[in-house]
Design a protein around this ligand. Structure first.
Ligand code: TRP
Length: 379
């Protein structure tokens, strides 16, 4: 428990750092917390609740009540989320997509899934060939989660340009350079593709409406760092005759090194990858997962650990232990000192490896099914 947590946070689509104060972020971004009433409404409409909602892993929204008004009147909505393919998929990505899958199952909706290969090419120092390779690899992880192929549509920005580009220019024409600069803190050194990019991410929120020739409400599950794109785009949608999409915002799964920032592959040993072997998972958790435990066993037994700071506990809470009773027992035992860090880590390692064994099997099978997910609509 040595880390300083004083540093203030920084959250935008290309940087997440510091100890994130989600309450403050809710105000900064102008989004709304999901209160008990809305939680209950989702439970009623979905037929059950999800532990990620109960535990505030998905904690904020825009216009979700508006979307549910429509839904309760019999108007179906579609889901939209995405992936920037620049490297291997880790548990942080999966958190949003697992929740998205739950929404698809419960509300029986179509999902439009965008792979922003253009974004990653423009923003990262990587070749187009490398990005293409990651697009393929990342698709396998999405498919492995079990999305319904009949209801799930993969858009790849450079491959589905025939559909996306005519709409993106309509968005782009309504966003000024100064708006983008202010929203993202861009300076004049940015390449001109980066300045245009938000208009590409804006499109799938209404593309299905364009294809259907009628307005269909949209819900976007995302990690909150992606919200600024939509904050900019939301002013534009009505000007083009489209609904503003509803959004549901998730917190970040912390990196192994401690509960600041988000899990990412930019630092080695800060992420658990979907392709990690059981040994690799064990090594990473044992060696790198920041512990809220005390320095010695004696001290730990006497004073107990701190689950709030403990990365392994947070992974159980946010992802791997859906059972509230079991989680509470782990919390209490760890807090009181009855459970040691090594024991907590064993529980987590077992859970992750069970999950990954299944995921890796499905990921292999997914290679045969990619074609079913690719959007082939011509315009
Ligand atoms: N920009 C996102 C990323 O870097 C990918 C993305 C595209 C996305 N469209 C989205 C994420 C909609 C959430 C919702 O990962």
């Amino acid at each position: 428990m040595k880390k300083s947590t004083k540093k203030s946070h920084s959250v935008n689509p290309w940087e997440v750092s510091g100890k994130i104060d989600y309450e403050k972020l809710t105000k900064e971004f102008g989004v709304e917390a999901i209160d008990d009433e809305l939680l209950e409404r989702i439970r009623k409409d979905a037929g059950e609740t999800h532990f990620m909602l109960r535990r505030k892993v998905f904690f904020a929204n825009r216009d979700l009540n508006w979307l549910l008004d429509k839904y309760e009147k019999g108007e179906k909505f579609f889901l939209y989320t995405g992936c920037g393919p620049s490297g291997p998929i880790h548990l942080g990505h999966l958190q949003t997509w697992i929740f998205t899958k739950w929404l698809q199952d419960k509300f029986k909706c179509d999902l439009w899934f965008q792979f922003t290969d253009d974004e990653k090419f423009l923003f990262k120092d990587k070749s187009y060939d490398e990005i293409e390779k990651w697009t393929y690899e990342n698709m396998l992880d999405v498919i492995a989660l079990g999305f319904n192929p009949k209801k799930t549509h993969f858009l790849v920005d450079t491959k589905n340009a025939n559909l996306l580009y005519p709409e993106a220019i309509k968005v782009a024409k309504k966003i000024t350079y100064s708006t983008v600069k202010a929203a993202f803190g861009f300076d004049d050194s940015k390449n001109i593709g980066e300045i245009f990019y938000t208009s590409m991410q804006a499109v799938p929120a209404f593309l299905p409406s364009v294809i259907a020739k009628k307005e269909i409400p949209c819900l976007i599950p995302l990690a909150i760092d992606q919200d600024p794109h939509f904050r900019v785009a939301r002013d534009v949608y009505p000007k083009l005759g489209h609904y503003k999409p509803a959004i549901i915002h998730g917190v970040f799964l912390p990196p192994l090194s401690g509960i600041e920032g988000k899990m990412s592959t930019s630092k080695e040993n800060d992420a658990i990858l979907t392709t990690d072997s059981p040994k690799e998972v064990e090594r990473k958790i044992k060696k790198y997962a920041f512990s809220g435990g005390r320095d010695t066993i004696d001290e730990h037994r006497k004073h107990g650990g701190n689950p709030e700071e403990d990365v392994s506990f947070q992974y159980l809470k946010m992802f791997f232990e859906p059972d509230d009773k079991k989680l509470e027992k782990i919390y209490n035992d760890y807090r009181s000192g009855k459970m040691l860090t090594s024991e907590l880590k064993e529980i987590l390692i077992k859970k992750i490896n069970e999950f990954l064994r299944y995921h890796q099997e499905k990921r292999e099978e997914a290679k045969k099914h990619i074609d079913k997910f690719l959007v082939k609509v011509k315009n």
